[in-house]
Write a protein that binds this ligand. Structure first.
Ligand SMILES: N[C@@H](CCC(=O)N[C@@H](CS(=O)(=O)O)C(=O)NCC(=O)O)C(=O)O
Length: 221
């Protein structure tokens, strides 16, 4: 079968979680990384973007848009979405919380210089007071290696992604979360994920000023 094809700009944004999930599933994919507003306009003209927006993933004969729809499709297809309705609900609760944190981090590079420190403090406070305690407790309570059903799921992949992104903002953020430290070490060593964490993988670097300017030009922000 043809490899999935990911259409996005050359950066993390909303697509990074898709890259992580496909990598964790051991699925190779191609990327169309556009650089200009012209490229994006041409993609819109192709008629493949249901809402004239990206992320868009071409796979299994579909042009899937809406990040959550893409992620759910992949999680279901590669058995990363729990074994039954209840496990799937727990995974959704974890993933949606992580997405709230993830979105704060995603928009952070676009915040005004004079607001950056305040927003950074808010992100770190939410990470350590609201979100990480939930996952630390879950791992502590059931004593298993993974968040749900003692097998790798979308929730584990999303958690590792967001842990690493918060650590880019504050490297010792996990100091009060021993279970999350163990979780990070363990899941980072899974072959598919370890490969994705190596240089040269499709994983994108932390968003910097240059990328912010490129994104503003592409999407005329
Ligand atoms: N709900 C959508 C939002 C997608 C979205 O806002 N995409 C932006 C690009 S980015 O924010 O993900 O970088 C876009 O295409 N903007 C162009 C437009 O909205 O006209 C999703 O989750 O996929």
């Amino acid at each position: 079968a043809a490899k999935p094809k990911l259409y996005y700009f050359d950066g993390r944004g909303r697509m990074e979680s898709v890259r992580w999930l496909l990598a964790a599933a051991g699925v190779e994919y191609e990327e169309v990384l556009f650089q200009t507003a012209e490229d994006f306009k041409n993609l819109i003209k192709s008629g493949k973007l249901m809402y004239d927006q990206v992320p868009m993933v071409e796979m299994d004969g579909m042009s899937i848009v809406q990040t959550r729809a893409i992620l759910k499709y992949i999680a279901t297809k590669y058995n990363l979405y729990g074994k039954d309705l209840k496990e799937r609900a727990i995974i959704d609760m974890y993933v949606e919380g992580m997405r709230d944190l993830n979105d704060m981090i995603m928009f952070f590079p676009f915040s005004l210089p004079e607001e950056k420190q305040k927003i950074l403090n808010y992100i770190l406070e939410r990470a350590t007071q609201r979100f990480f305690p939930v996952y630390e407790k879950a791992l502590k309570d059931h004593g298993k290696n993974y968040l749900v059903g003692n097998q790798l799921s979308w929730a584990d992949v999303q958690l590792l992604e967001v842990i690493l992104m918060v650590e880019e903002l504050k490297s010792d953020i996990l100091s009060a979360f021993p279970k999350l430290q163990e979780f990070k070490a363990r899941v980072s060593k899974l072959p598919n994920i370890q490969k994705f964490l190596q240089p040269g993988s499709p994983r994108k670097p932390q968003e910097d000023e240059t990328t912010v300017e490129v994104v503003k030009k592409i999407f005329k922000l």
